[in-house]
Design a protein. Sequence first.
Length: 319
Amino acid sequence: MQASAIAHPNVALIKYWGKRDTGSNLPATGSLSLTLAGIETLTRVEFASESGTDQLTVNGQPDSRAAARVSHCLDQLRALAGAGGSATVDSENNFPTGAGLASSASGYAALVAAAAAALGIDGHEQELTNIARQGSGSAPRSLYDGIVLLENQDTGVRCRSVCAPDEWPLSVVVAVTSHAAKAVGSTEGMERSRMTSPYYGAWVNSHAADLQTALNCVEQRDFAQLAELSEHSCLKMHALALSSRPPLMYWNAATVAAMQVVTELRASGTPVFFTVDAGPQVKAVCEPDAVPAVREALQNVPGVIELIECTLGRGARPV
Ligand code: DP6
């Protein structure tokens, strides 16, 4: 009873930041994301026949912080399959972990895909989506291809691909400005924003309209409007973070400089926009022809230490 799976991180254009039910990890809003080929998590899961304590390593090191959430997901997968003892989980990322590159999204998506394959679970898409969601709210999006919509439902979430990678090829150039793990993780950060930011209610109330407009942009392949709206959603999320108490500033000087460079590039006609998650890396989303210009501009920003080039990719799958 063992299997391996690959999953890619995803980056949200219309962000998730805040939960409607903390205990069940239910998001307050839907979200829209890009699944990113070019960076990936490879996870191997092996189930013993007897029950016992699950073992987890991430990049070769035991990870006690994630152990409870991982076991919670595994318990539900074991219940769904009606089989499986304790699990040994080994997960490797080929990109910086815990630094705002969605390693938790690809991590839980790869975990669910590998464990489901190991347990012989076939189908059950809705259940697997909601098991991944309990690991990390952004993780179920990494189970799907290309541009992915996550919608809230009464008791859970539902995800679907709204555009396959080859239907609208987009590129993402990630400007890495730090390899350090972030001081305050997304779970704690968004809970702090929900409890303390005076803007939280406005964020939730304006979110459905942003999501609907973004979906229309995708349907019409309207890059210019999607660019404006995605940057707006990103800056609104960071406005929540900055207005939390104590404040959450996920940016460093190079983050801000890279965002400004992207803004200038777009103003001069290059189809590119930025988005930034709970970390200091800047993701520049662009049309493929713009990649050389975007790379050149970002690599000249002081403090940018590495560029990672991604395209739209497939959802998690066993290998
Ligand atoms: C800024 O999915 O990591 O990347 O559900 O608490 O694990 P938890 O949070 P997580 O948060 C992602 C936040 C974000 C925006 C997004 O991906 O939508």
